[in-house]
Design a protein around this ligand. Structure first.
Ligand code: 6GU
Length: 245
């Protein structure tokens, strides 16, 4: 998996790339990340990358030229390559999208600043516009890190065990069950006895029940979309949820 990141602030990425699982994946040769400073494709004595909006208004707009030239400078690997623009106006990034992107060979991420990029960049250079949620960031850089983190951990070999990605929250559309580690008693709160019982079947059912409870409580919107088994439906019925809810 290769990521090409186009940004005005490449330094923002350095500790992220050093300290995270992504850094390890880069060292292991599983992921290749190239940072491209958009400013190096600006022209003129002052290397200007933004300008005032036509029609007036607050803020600055990223000029199309430097971005277009930066995108064109990237060598595109053969088949599966996609250009993403990080912008609050994009489609909201989610786990199914992360899986889709993890099958790409190359992902080019354009980090826009919040005020915007010239509209003609969308038409000339962008395949997909992505947002990471309904709030405003001052630039696309942190969104790009979110996307790279979520996608690269799905690339085979990047996580320690392949199983762990499949078991995460959202993979079956439910939130995760509560986790505990030592000590057994902390601030007078005990670890649920079932987890110490050694009865793997009982533990599995308890965890599934807790997942369903937690999802019902915190994210009822997810229950309707989740991949529910017959067992899940029986557990939900016990929790007082009627089928079809
Ligand atoms: Cl991708 N960019 C910016 N600037 N703000 C955001 C975002 C992206 N996603 C959510 N908010």
């Amino acid at each position: 998996m290769r990521f090409d990141v186009l940004t005005l602030f490449p330094d923002l990425f350095s500790s992220f790339l050093k300290e995270t699982i992504l850094g390890r994946a880069v060292k292991a040769g599983l992921v290749d990340i190239r940072l491209i400073n958009i400013r190096s494709f600006a022209r003129g004595r002052h290397l200007v990358t933004d300008d005032r909006p036509f029609g007036g208004g607050e803020g600055m707009v990223m000029k199309p030229g430097p971005i277009l030239r930066a995108v064109e400078s990237i060598d595109r690997t053969k088949d599966r390559s996609q250009v993403l623009l990080l912008t609050p106006q994009g489609r909201t990034f989610d786990q199914p999208m992360a899986w889709e992107l993890s099958r790409m060979e190359q992902i080019i991420l354009i980090c826009g600043r919040y005020e915007g990029v010239d509209e003609r960049i969308r038409a000339s250079s962008v395949d997909v516009e992505l947002s990471i949620g309904d709030y405003v960031l001052s630039g696309g850089e942190m969104a790009a890190m979110v996307v790279m983190d979520a996608v690269s951990r799905l690339v085979p070999g990047v996580l320690g065990s392949e199983a762990s990605a499949q078991e995460d929250s959202f993979e079956d559309g439910l939130l995760e069950y509560p986790q505990y580690t030592r000590p057994r008693v902390f601030k007078n709160m005990e670890v649920p006895a079932v987890l110490l019982s050694g009865d793997h079947e009982k533990i599995r059912v308890w965890r599934r029940t807790e997942s369903l409870k937690r999802t019902l409580e915190r994210r009822p919107d997810l229950i309707g979309k989740a991949k529910l088994t017959e067992e899940d439906k029986r557990i939900l019925a016990k929790l007082g949820v009627k089928p079809g809810n």
